[in-house]
Design a protein around this ligand. Structure first.
Ligand code: AMP
Ligand code: GLY
Length: 425
């Protein structure tokens, strides 16, 4: 069958790479894709949020399944648009995508479904937010309610810093309309994990656990990014903890979405903090995580296309997923300056040397081809991903591979997976 995958990040390269292994795939198109996805299918020059053009393309090219990778087209109704013309689409409807696109919606759903999360309040006026934050004497977390590319959250030790963050979001409008509302939350302490599950409206199939590294600097220091590296599985998620998260978070979320008349289908991603009092939700995403997808899909042995079709057909109960037991680690190579200002167009070398290492795949994110050379074209440039016998082996191999890749200003964290390694020794 013909498949159209939408997006151009590292996540989409990983999805395309995995789909290309499916025996049921005839032709894979990626819109707009990147030089990495071009190795697994054909890139087409349509932007991820040009929904009308995507639908026209899908009709003209006999697309049987459209897969929407990023949150923006999901929130803009891409899945609804494909389904309206009878094309199966993987991902939630625009209404259901509010679970990520509107943190106030997510807070409300969690409250009405008794799902454990941080105490918090939603504000639409800066003066009200300021008064509330000023009344607090502990650390606060300030979140733009809308979509902000993973950068809309400020964890502030002091309430006075929280007021400054609220001002930047609501008055300076650094995230535009995404900051019309903010959520002010208590800070949770613990270790984070990403729990991704396939959901078909009714059935839930949890994938292997993973952990992202959101902060730019080693030791989780500095501002948050879209994610600087990830590994799977996350040892902090024991089997008992996964059961608890499924029972106390995933099941009530899917039930709550049904009660809310926004039934959920696609990948449900719960970002959780494992606190001393148990798992608590930090955020929901309505799609695969980036970069978590890279190590997760590297470990998936089953046919991704089959699972995605089962999700669209409400037949997830027919599916069994098989996983490679070996851990995988993804190190994100970023442009110098990211998540602030950075330059583009730096020549990238060494990818083929890196991929000569066994069980290493270099997923492209912000890359482009210019004058027949591969160059940087975004903040997160590559996701160097390796599987190993142990998490320490996988880490060593991912860094051995990353060290072979060069571009001007390349930056990557040196401590990806250290938390997992500490737990396993
Ligand atoms: P979110 O987009 O809501 O996941 O937030 C991004 C990151 O900010 C999370 O992965 C956490 O590292 C951090 N964060 C968000 N909410 C909280 C919270 N209530 N307490 C501590 N850290 C948080
Ligand atoms: N890695 C975090 C995200 O995809 O939002």
């Amino acid at each position: 069958m013909n498949v159209l995958l939408i997006g151009n990040g590292g996540r989409e390269h990983a999805i395309a790479w995995k789909l290309a292994q499916s025996k049921n795939l005839s032709k894979l198109y990626i819109a707009p894709g990147n030089p990495g996805t071009a190795q697994s299918g054909e890139n087409i020059p349509i932007g991820a949020t040009e929904i009308d053009k995507l639908v026209d393309f899908a009709r003209e090219n006999k697309i049987a399944l459209a897969i929407v990778g990023p949150e923006d087209p999901l929130a803009a109704g891409a899945v609804d648009a494909f389904e309206a013309v009878g094309i199966k689409a993987f991902g939630p409807s625009a209404d259901a995508a509010q679970l990520e696109a509107d943190k106030a919606f997510a807070k409300h759903l969690m409250r009405s479904s008794a799902i454990s999360n941080a105490e918090g309040q939603v504000f639409e006026r800066f003066a009200d937010a300021k008064a509330y934050i000023a009344s607090r004497d502990e650390a606060v977390v300030i979140k733009a309610a809308g979509l902000a590319k993973g950068k809309g959250v400020f964890v502030c030790d002091e309430p006075s810093d929280g007021i400054l963050a609220a001002e930047k979001i609501m008055c300076d409008r650094i995230f535009g309309a995404a900051g019309d509302k903010i959520v002010v939350e208590d800070r949770l302490l613990g270790e984070e994990a990403s729990i991704l599950a396939f959901v078909d409206g009714r059935n839930i199939y949890v994938m292997e656990s993973s952990q992202d590294h959101k902060a730019i600097g080693d030791g989780d220091t500095g501002p948050n990014t879209g994610g600087m590296g990830a590994y799977s599985p996350a040892p902090v998620i024991t089997d008992a903890m996964m059961d608890k998260i499924t029972r106390e978070i995933l099941v009530p979320t899917v039930d709550g979405m049904n009660r809310n008349d926004t039934p959920y289908k696609g990948v449900l991603y719960a970002g959780v903090m494992i606190t001393a009092g148990g798992p608590r939700v930090l955020e929901f995403n309505v799609r695969f995580g980036d970069p978590e997808t890279q190590p997760i899909l590297m470990r998936l042995k089953s046919d991704l296309l089959e699972v995605m079709l089962a999700v669209c057909e409400g037949k997830l109960d027919d599916v069994t997923l098989k996983w490679d037991p070996r851990p995988a680690v993804c190190v994100v190579m970023a442009a110098g300056g990211y998540p602030g200002e950075y330059e583009k167009g730096k020549i990238i070398t060494g990818i083929s040397e890196a991929e000569k290492l066994e069980d290493v795949v270099v997923f492209h994110a912000g890359t482009a081809v210019k004058d027949e050379k591969l160059v940087t074209n975004g903040g997160r440039v590559l996701g160097v991903t390796a599987m190993g016998r142990t998490i320490a082996d996988a880490k060593a191999k991912a860094y051995e591979a990353a060290d072979k890749i060069k571009f001007d200003g390349a930056y990557y964290r040196r401590d990806i997976a250290d938390k997992a390694i500490k737990r396993t020794i």
